[in-house]
Design a protein around this ligand. Structure first.
Ligand SMILES: Cc1ncc(COP(=O)(O)O)c(C=O)c1O
Length: 422
């Protein structure tokens, strides 16, 4: 295996020797294998899929047009409303989150319509790119990739739009590339303050089931999400909730919809009958994942994520490294992006950690490539799994010779001990 390549990057070893401990010339094994413990997937999506979900997904397939599947699927859709905190139907498309972005455009917009996008990081930039690709005009509010959405700038931009060209404000709730969360109710208030008719679209792809989210109460018109993060599922499903205002916009919108038409997806949410072959296996997993989240209780899910995030930040501070997220109150529950000291290649560090400890940390994206590494702490994670991840980071920093102080792991343990005692 070459330097920087972990076992899971090497399919031959993984498949051929997956259950055999690898030994070095002295007969010792220090390479993790499935027989010696789990690979640490610490990226903010796809996240670790719980055994319970994996087992559910191994069930034999059903006739997707038969009565068993349709009532099963319709039941899941009803429970999904609890996670999005909405009375509207939750539409499911077999796509990644990007597909749901596109569906939102083609159901509510006409060619040449304008959308307003506050730039908070790579995913807001990609959303803008997707809008342009769909034939829309984009007005961007530039950002520093270290702070959340500045609601006052949203108000200003909308007030300047005296012709009412802007049809929607696109807000990324949790910017996965920077670890910064934006205040969605403040964006709603900014639109209202401007007295503007623009709809509010929210990307909740890495916030849902990690951070409090309320589609109805917050006055969101379109919420977009994906399966591979807080939902603890493999990638492959997207979720969309549309408000009555967004559905009304659909009546006059003229972009072609094809596969991504919301209308049959809303019908399917109600009766479980999809106009194409739904990914039955992912629906099995979804049932289990939704049950797990509801059994834990949403408030507990959010508390757990807040605790994991706090412990991670305590470690980062103790190491003497810098959080990409600048502002207290905006730090993400789901992911922490950590800046490397000047001149240190974050990707080489990640490669070393993967090679030595079989742990995948996430890369810096876009203009942060090589400058930050990210620790995903969402989904199927608890205090001790995160302690393992932080230990891997601290050992890796030492092995890579990166200037830092020891004590990050201790600082995180203190956060967890205090929480356990309170
Ligand atoms: C905030 C955010 N938006 C959009 C996306 C794109 O979603 P997908 O990769 O599922 O298409 C991601 C993916 O990581 C994301 O984190």
């Amino acid at each position: 295996m070459s330097a920087g390549q972990g076992m899971h990057d090497d399919p031959q070893i993984f498949l051929a020797k997956g259950l055999t401990a690898r030994r070095n010339s002295k007969g010792k094994s220090n390479m993790p294998t499935p027989a010696t413990g789990r690979y640490f997937l610490q990226v903010p999506g796809p996240t670790v899929v719980p055994d319970r979900v994996l087992r559910a997904m191994s069930m034999p397939l059903l006739d997707h047009r038969g009565p068993t599947f349709s009532s099963f699927a319709a039941g899941i859709s009803q429970d999904l409303k609890k996670l999005f905190r909405t009375d509207s139907e939750v539409m499911i498309f077999p796509s990644s989150g990007t597909g749901a972005w596109q569906a939102a455009f083609c159901n509510t917009m006409s060619p040449g319509d304008t959308v307003l996008i506050p730039e908070v990081g790579m995913f807001s930039v990609l959303w803008a790119k997707n809008a342009r690709a769909m034939g829309l005009e984009v007005v961007e509010i530039p950002g520093d990739w270290r702070s959340g959405i500045d609601a006052s700038k949203v108000t200003q931009a909308l007030q300047a739009d005296t012709g009412g060209r802007i049809k929607a404000v696109l807000a990324t709730h949790n910017e996965t590339s920077t670890g910064v969360t934006s205040d969605i109710p403040a964006v709603r208030a900014a639109i209202d303050e401007a007295g503007h008719e623009a709809m509010l679209f929210v990307d909740s792809i890495s916030s849902l089931a990690a951070t409090d989210y309320r589609h109805d109460v917050w006055g969101v018109d379109v919420t977009i999400c994906g399966s591979q993060k807080g939902f603890m599922l493999p990638p492959g499903l997207s979720f969309t909730v549309a408000s009555p205002k967004a559905l009304a916009a659909r009546e006059s919108a003229t972009l072609p919809r094809g596969y991504f038409d919301w209308a049959p997806a809303i019908v399917a949410a109600g009766n479980g009958l999809y106009p194409y072959t739904p990914p039955v296996t992912l629906f099995y997993g979804l049932r289990e994942a939704v049950d797990m989240l509801l059994e834990e209780g949403l408030e507990n899910v959010f508390d757990r994520h807040a605790r994991l995030a706090k412990a991670t930040r305590a470690a980062v501070t103790a190491w003497g490294l810098e959080n990409q997220s600048l502002n207290e109150g905006e730090h993400s529950n789901a992911v922490t992006a950590i800046r490397m000291p000047q001149g240190v290649d974050a990707d080489a560090f990640r490669a070393l950690v993967l090679d030595k400890f079989d742990m995948s940390l996430a890369a810096g994206l876009g203009k942060l490539a090589g400058q930050v590494f990210r620790i995903g702490h969402l989904g199927y994670q608890n205090d001790l799994t995160l302690m393992g991840a932080l230990a891997g980071v601290e050992m890796g920093l030492g092995m890579a010779g990166i200037a830092h102080q020891k004590g990050g792991v201790d600082a995180a343990m203190q956060v967890f001990s205090q929480a356990a005692n309170s």
